[in-house]
Design a protein around this ligand. Structure first.
Ligand SMILES: CC(C)(COP(=O)(O)OP(=O)(O)OC[C@H]1O[C@@H](n2cnc3c(N)ncnc32)[C@H](O)[C@@H]1OP(=O)(O)O)[C@@H](O)C(=O)NCCC(=O)NCCS
Length: 233
């Protein structure tokens, strides 16, 4: 077991109460906070944040700049691409039909959370699904199926309620081929063939330009329910 203090000459920070097992790999600039546990063979990318009381199970692969909020366990079978955000106390799973009497350790089911996706606070992801790039799962939702890129998923069971921009704003399309702009950034988006929502200005796998990487306007200032309803009535 290795623990590190802020004064150790390490390329990442780990709070002294964190447990980092031998054989875990943690990227430069990462922060591992109080009581986190990183198991052997876990690989965590650069600039990640593991909040208080998080677990990264053995062999789990996590990309760069992933933010994991407090009380989240990333179990075997789960893979997180770059820039994923896991909200506080969200639940990831790895067996669909768990039974205490039946060991399924050799057959954990895969869940892939793709680049830039967000899982809201207290949401649950049933294993075996792929969550698309920049998808947004609302707080408390239960994900049971694959989710397309940029989809907004709300409720129990989770249902798609529209699309969101890379900055997490609802994108309302007048018609499927329309071009819509994110109110915060002016980036343009469209829906192709009734299925593929994507950004016209920045490739999904390209990093955000630095000026767009800091929030500029609070969510409710652009998306207040009252103004939405007035506009839609
Ligand atoms: C997804 C989210 C951004 C939507 O917020 P919003 O703009 O207030 O949503 P809307 O006003 O467009 O709501 C649309 C509908 O969904 C409902 N709704 C919104 N969020 C919901 C949620 N989390 N669960 C269930 N229903 C929800 C609204 O009541 C509304 O219902 P109606 O059409 O019957 O009136 C927000 O719910 C959310 O979950 N954000 C994530 C917060 C989080 O987990 N942060 C973690 C970091 S601290």
């Amino acid at each position: 077991m290795t623990t590190m203090s802020p004064n150790d000459n390490q390329a990442f920070f780990a709070h002294p109460s964190a447990i980092i097992d031998d054989g875990a790999v943690i990227g430069d600039g990462a922060h591992v906070w109080h009581f986190a546990h990183v198991c052997p063979r876990a690989v965590i990318g650069r600039g990640c944040v593991l909040g208080q009381n998080t677990l990264v199970a053995q062999g789990v692969r996590i990309g760069d700049n992933v933010k994991i909020q407090n009380n989240v366990a990333v179990y075997e079978g789960v893979e997180l691409e770059d820039d994923v955000f896991l909200g506080p106390s969200c639940v990831l799973t790895n067996v669909s039909n768990p039974r205490s009497q039946v060991s399924r350790k050799a057959m954990f089911e895969k869940t892939l959370i793709r680049r830039g996706a967000t899982i809201g606070a207290n949401a649950t992801v049933i294993c075996g699904v792929t969550i698309g790039r920049y998808a947004m799962v609302a707080a408390g939702a239960v994900v049971t199926d694959d989710i397309p890129d940029y989809a907004l998923i709300i409720g129990v069971p989770g249902r798609q309620r529209g699309w969101v921009s890379r900055h997490g704003h609802p994108m309302r399309l007048e018609n499927p081929g329309a071009v819509v702009r994110c109110p915060e950034t002016d980036l343009r988006y469209t829906l192709e063939h009734h299925a593929r929502f994507h950004c016209l200005d920045i490739e999904e796998d390209a990093p955000l330009p630095v000026p767009l990487a800091t929030g500029m306007v609070p969510y409710r200032q652009l998306n207040s329910r009252k103004s939405d309803r007035a506009g839609n009535s």
